[in-house]
Ligand binder design. Structure first.
Ligand code: GLA
Ligand code: ZN
Length: 686
């Protein structure tokens, strides 16, 4: 999308810097609350998410409310020029509510009713919980809706999980009745009912999937996951009714997540659907920097991928709503960010489209499970420790980046990510149970562009494909007729499409296509993939391509050619010499198929050929070594260039054109040194 117009996602025309603030833990310590205000200024912060888990303080007894403390907090933040992202407190509820209305408690997949405790553990269907949250949200909107500090609504917190209670089962059945037009035969057809005698003869027999019950009907599992997303959104929509009514001009967000151990997009909710219901995409990023299983650059690449996906969900800047200034408390090893990493990792988010750097948490709590989680203010209450100073430096830097706020990242290349396809593929009993790795495979394709400074949109299937020169669709296992038709149209109109092994296998019900690959795909690609060979971890093959040989692991597709040009072939096994990589002109465009999981150097070779052919170039030319990332945000006037060293060594970079250092204002040209974890932000007139 080549959109150079600025989009301000909130009314703030400056970078937001701040984070989750939980003053409700310190109400008996006015000295600490005063210190907070003083330290907020020293830390160069300007925005705070308040009230996220404050329900037991806001409503200590049913119908007894206590907002005075919050009035004070919001006023005090406003007095120092700060803004408030006001939370609705549904992420955790008071004990009195669970006690009086047990229906608000979640039931797990084993059908065990949970006790009160923890957080993020309510039933999404419960009419009582929906009523209570809406009432609380109405009171908040009425009381603070006109407060000039109010910047945005932070609705609940990190929605996730599922409930299997009777209320949820009933709603699931109703959801299915609607989906299948009350036609039980249609449902049985979609779920392949007769298999293992699983035909349903009455709607009441339907239960959500369970390890102790139904867990092999893929159509059911897929529909359940869709329902969980829809029900979560429906709960969210119920929460925001009073917010929309009373504060129609205040944007609404809820903080999305990533699956953190491997750093891939959050798996259990389909954010492509959720995105349509929020005004602003925001997410909580907790990469395990300095871990012992991957390089800093590898991890940075994965962060970039998620940023580019979440930004592309709405094709506008997003907000980093949580991150840690130092360490977390829930990785297996909670290592502190090394000096410089905090600025670098924060600015990486900005480089990919964030208009904020926010933290969990402002101040370390004194007790309970998060007392050792990183915070701006540590137990020492001091602005003089390393972490605080690094936070203040981020703040000072962000103050100089107001021009970047609202700018976008136009891209010629798109990679397609699909939540439903990922669910279905993970459910598939087949292939290699540990080697499917759909999100990771997309990240591997993304890597080539990341390393070559080419901006990428990571889009979902509803997006308009037409503006991209190159569309990459790896491992799209589940694909419906509509997407097939849209991909066909894209190529017919001149698009270049890349697809890989394990694509186009099942339809939207997780039922396989019959009679070979879908005829439209065969027509576009000029091939019919006939067999997928799955390898043991030690198995390897090789593929000859462009005069070189590349290693293949995990998957190899045996291909019948029906008009395509063979670009690469297998070296070994019973399919030695047969096509592994093909291309095919269709309409005004071209479609490429990569039959196996090939090593990174293949992607480099393959995509560099395509980039040249399609004249896909970096936005700006900065020469650099491996592990340095160059990302650009643009408006009509300028390119804002972030050059980031994700390595543990100094790097020399080289600017072909003179640029201006946004922070120091000096002109940079030619060779420039970049220290360990250093980042330079420069701009140039377009
Ligand atoms: C999540 C939550 C926060 C906090 C952090 C800790 O992101 O939203 O409340 O628990 O994790 O990393
Ligand atoms: Zn429930």
């Amino acid at each position: 999308m080549n959109n150079f117009d600025k989009t301000y996602v909130t009314d703030a025309k400056f970078m937001l810097h701040g984070g989750d603030y939980n003053p409700d833990q310190w109400l008996d310590r006015p000295d600490i609350l005063n210190d907070d205000i003083r330290l907020m200024q020293l830390a160069h912060t300007n925005a705070f998410s308040v009230g996220i888990f404050a329900w037991s303080t806001l409503e200590p007894k049913e119908g007894v409310y206590n907002f005075e403390w919050l009035d004070q907090i919001i006023d005090n933040i406003y007095k120092i020029g700060g803004r408030v992202i006001l939370a609705t407190p549904s992420g955790a509820r008071p004990a009195w509510m669970s006690q009086k209305y047990p229906e608000v408690l979640r039931v797990n997949e084993y059908r065990q009713k949970q006790l009160h405790g923890g957080r993020h553990n309510h039933c999404f269907t419960s009419p009582v919980y929906r009523e209570k949250t809406q009432k609380m949200n109405r009171m908040l909107a009425e009381r603070y809706g006109k407060h000039p500090a109010l910047l945005m609504w932070h609705v609940s917190n990190e929605y996730g999980g599922e409930c299997h209670c009777d209320l949820c089962q009933e709603d699931f059945r109703n959801w299915l009745k609607e989906k299948y037009n009350n036609d039980l035969k249609a449902l049985n057809d979609a779920w392949w009912g007769p298999f293992w005698s699983h035909t349903i003869s009455d709607w009441s027999q339907i239960e959500s999937p369970s390890p102790i019950g139904e867990n092999a009907v893929h159509g059911l599992t897929l529909d359940w996951k869709r329902f969980v997303t829809d029900q979560t959104i429906s709960f969210f929509e119920n929460e925001i009714v009073p917010l929309r009514e009373i504060t129609p001009n205040i944007p609404v967000t809820t903080n999305f997540m990533a699956d953190t151990f491997d750093l891939i997009p959050f798996q259990s909710l389909d954010y492509s659907k959720f995105a349509k219901h929020v005004d602003v995409i925001s997410w909580d990023a907790y990469p395990a920097w300095h871990n012992d299983w991957e390089s800093t650059a590898d991890l940075a690449m994965k962060v970039g991928f998620i940023d580019d996906l979440y930004r592309s969900l709405k094709q506008q800047p997003f907000l980093l709503l949580e991150s840690t200034p130092s360490l977390v408390n829930w990785h297996s090893v909670n290592k502190a960010k090394r000096p410089g990493m905090h600025l670098l990792s924060s600015l990486q988010m900005v480089a990919h489209g964030s208009d904020s750097v926010m933290y969990f948490q402002w101040r370390k709590s004194r007790g309970s499970s998060e007392k050792f989680h990183g915070a701006v203010v540590d137990h020492d209450n001091s602005p003089n420790n390393r972490v605080f100073k690094e936070v203040a430096k981020v703040g000072e830097t962000l103050e100089k980046l107001s021009d970047v706020v609202g700018t976008n990242r136009p891209a010629d290349v798109a990679i397609l990510y699909d939540w439903e396809s990922n669910w279905a593929l993970n459910d598939a009993q087949g292939y290699g149970l540990d080697t499917k790795r759909y999100p990771q495979t997309l990240q591997e394709h993304y890597r080539t562009f990341w390393e070559n400074d080419i901006p990428v949109d990571v889009i979902t299937k509803e997006h308009d494909f037409s503006s991209y020169k190159l569309l990459i669709v790896p491992m799209l296992y589940l694909i419906n007729e509509e997407t097939i038709a849209r991909l066909k149209e894209y190529v017919a109109n001149g698009g270049k499409l890349v697809m890989t092994y394990i694509s186009g296998i099942v339809n939207e019900h997780d039922l396989t296509y019959l009679g070979g690959w879908h005829p439209d795909l065969q027509e576009v690609f000029g091939i019919n993939p006939v067999e997928t060979d799955t390898y043991y971890p030690k198995d390897e093959n090789r593929v000859h391509y462009n005069g070189k040989t590349y290693t293949l692991k995990d998957y190899a597709t045996i291909i019948d050619v029906k008009g395509a040009t063979v670009e690469g072939s297998y070296d070994q096994d019973f399919y030695a010499g047969t096509p592994a990589v093909t291309s095919h002109s269709f309409g005004k465009g071209k479609a490429y198929y990569i039959g196996g999981r090939l090593e990174h150097s293949f992607h480099e070779e393959f995509y560099s050929g395509l980039m040249e052919e399609l004249s896909i170039k970096p936005v700006v030319s900065v020469k650099h070594g491996k592990g340095v990332s160059v990302q650009v945000r643009q408006d009509h006037e300028k390119n804002y260039i972030f050059v980031m060293n994700f390595t543990e060594r100094q790097q020399m970079i080289f600017f072909d054109q003179p640029v201006r250092d946004v922070i120091t204002k000096e002109e940079l040209k030619g060779q420039v040194e970049l220290g360990i974890y250093e980042v330079k932000i420069v701009d140039e007139t377009r």
